[in-house]
Design a protein around this ligand. Sequence first.
Ligand code: NAD
Ligand code: UPG
Length: 466
Amino acid sequence: MGVPISKGSKAMNLAVIGAGYVGLVTGACLADVGNRVHCVDRDAARLHLLRGGHLPIYEPGLDTLVARNAAAGRLVFTDDLPAAVADADAVFIAVGTPSREDGAADIGQVLQAAGDVARSATRDLLVVVKSTVPVGTCDRVREVVEAELARRGAPCELRVASNPEFLKEGHAVEDFQRPDRIVIGTSDDDDGALLRALYAPYNRNHDRLICMDIRSAEFTKYASNAMLAARISLMNELACLAEKVDADIESVRRGTGADPRIGYDFLYAGAGYGGSCLPKDVRALIRLADEYGAAADILGSVQAVNLRQRTLLYEKLERFFRGRLAGRTIAVWGLAFKPATDDIREAPSIDLIGRLLRAGASVRGYDPVAGANALRALGQDGFSIADDARAACRGADALVVMTEWREFKSPDFRGLAQTLRARAVFDARNLYDPAYVRSCGLHYEGVGRAAGRPAPRAAPAAATVR
Ligand SMILES: NC(=O)c1ccc[n+]([C@@H]2O[C@H](COP(=O)([O-])OP(=O)(O)OC[C@H]3O[C@@H](n4cnc5c(N)ncnc54)[C@H](O)[C@@H]3O)[C@@H](O)[C@H]2O)c1
Ligand SMILES: O=c1ccn([C@@H]2O[C@H](COP(=O)(O)OP(=O)(O)O[C@H]3O[C@H](CO)[C@@H](O)[C@H](O)[C@H]3O)[C@@H](O)[C@H]2O)c(=O)[nH]1
């Protein structure tokens, strides 16, 4: 077991609905501290994999955690929701909340899961909404649950709490086990006490629980992702300006991040933020603001900058090849939206490759774990997956590095200069030292990197100081 159940807390019976990135990590981690967890999913293929000891997703450390707790009988995978809920003290809802066409979060899966719980419950329990949901969703969950209980004439009470999740993919197990905060929104002290007891093993040295009302907890999740997205978009906008004025955004990042009020984390310019959360949650927050007649000017700009940034690498390639991308072969290193995951949801690489294929280029991709997912998303017409990073470059004109996997950090540039026909490297993550790459005989472009032009001799007239 990872962390033992602490004094004062007892092992609980839990159900987690949704065995995806969040549900699986939540279920496995809570089982690892001694709770008995039923992970419920409606996806038969996913359950088949899990029961056979295979993970449907790549997440560092999750395989051993799942194997250990499944073997100990503390973690069970099932589609039998009534059995999972039968003796549960709490049921976590961790299903998807994808974007609707208008950008709002679709809470259909959450309400469906809540209705399913209320249809099966035979005892009092706490329904904990872990999915990212717009403010007011827990109220809707309560309505659905109460209507169903009334219809059944069921003599039990289902309370509702919000407990948004803040884990990062690729770092999910560590984030869950060593959280920087655990946000809990409740309307009842007993519910807060139950969640405090459940999270006690992760709350031993510092109090990481931040307790509040339900609506504030729901909002905290969106506010956090909005902050993160804003920081990235600001950095990306600054990077584009840096490139114009021949400053180097990497030096600027080091210089600005040194101020503790700014800090170094999440300050990397790149190909625009992707993944299953930041783009979706910014869209949902904008729609929420619209619904309530509130301004979302900054959020609108954050999103607009991100959309623009996602075309940046394509534009660089198009410029380099003077608009003639048809017939070219481009190698792409990194297909996942970030390192240490196989998730390609809203990955900038998938955008870029789609554009290249539409322009008539061929793409040879490589990713340590996301190749199969990329192939499923993009098909095989003009797109292929190489066995390793070097093989992706064989016969290619140029290389684009889209994800900062560790194995891409120090390639053999002299070898690449021999392999790449147009001898060009496009670095969407600013991994490399431009001067060194150029010294190896390669054309190099990063994001917001100085071209090394000599500074203008005289200030432009408009900037003359009187
Ligand atoms: N992925 C992340 O890093 C992350 C982090 C924090 C919060 N979130 C939020 O958590 C939620 C889940 O995200 P995810 O990435 O884990 O999603 P996911 O798509 O990986 O997993 C969702 C799972 O729920 C299952 N499901 C849906 N409806 C069901 C039902 N009625 N009964 C049983 N199973 C059902 C699906 O089959 C799927 O396996 C979303 O709201 C997301 O915004 C995600
Ligand atoms: O300095 C940075 C940091 C990140 N990114 C990009 O931003 C996206 C999101 O990265 P990250 O936030 O690390 O990944 P997620 O796993 O999507 O995690 C975010 O979304 C989750 C779901 O809501 C939250 O729980 C996490 O706290 C939040 O960081 C990726 O495309 C990154 O490449 C940058 O471009 N520059």
